[in-house]
Ligand binder design. Structure first.
Ligand SMILES: [Zn+2]
Ligand SMILES: [Zn+2]
Length: 113
C-alpha cells in the first residue's frame, strides 16, 4: 500500500462515519455547558439593604451629614449646594422632586410611609 492511498483513506474515513448515520454533534454540545455552572454573583450586594440613612433620607454611604469626609468628593465633582451645605444631588430644598426619588430607591422597610 502506498502512503498516498493511506492518507486518502484517513481523509475519507471521518466523512464515511458521519454520513453513515453517525452520532450527531448535538449530544456532545449539550453535555459541555460550563457557563451555566458558574456561580452567579448577585448584582446588588445584600449589604446595601442596610445602606440607608433614615434621618436624612439618602443612602448612608453618600450621606454627607453623617459622614462629613464624603463632602470633599461631591465638591470635587461640582455636585455641591453651597446654600444648604449639601451635595446638590441630595438637596431636597433646591430639588423638591429628589426626596421622592430617593424614597423610591430606598430599601424596603427603610422608609416609613
Ligand atoms: Zn445621614
Ligand atoms: Zn440647596
Amino acid at each position: 500500500m502506498s502512503p498516498r492511498v493511506l492518507s486518502a483513506l484517513l481523509l475519507v474515513l471521518p466523512f464515511a462515519i458521519t454520513s453513515c448515520g453517525g452520532e450527531p454533534r448535538q449530544p456532545s454540545q449539550s453535555t459541555t455547558t460550563p457557563e451555566q455552572k458558574k456561580p452567579v454573583a448577585p448584582l446588588v450586594p445584600k449589604v446595601e439593604i442596610h445602606d440607608w440613612c433614615k434621618e436624612h433620607g439618602v443612602p448612608e454611604s453618600i450621606c454627607t451629614r453623617c459622614n462629613a469626609s464624603l463632602a470633599a468628593g461631591f465638591k470635587k465633582k461640582g455636585d455641591w449646594c453651597d446654600k444648604h451645605d449639601l451635595p446638590d444631588s441630595q438637596c431636597f430644598a433646591c430639588h423638591p422632586g429628589l426626596e421622592a426619588e430617593f424614597k423610591a430607591k430606598a430599601p424596603k422597610g427603610a422608609v416609613d410611609k
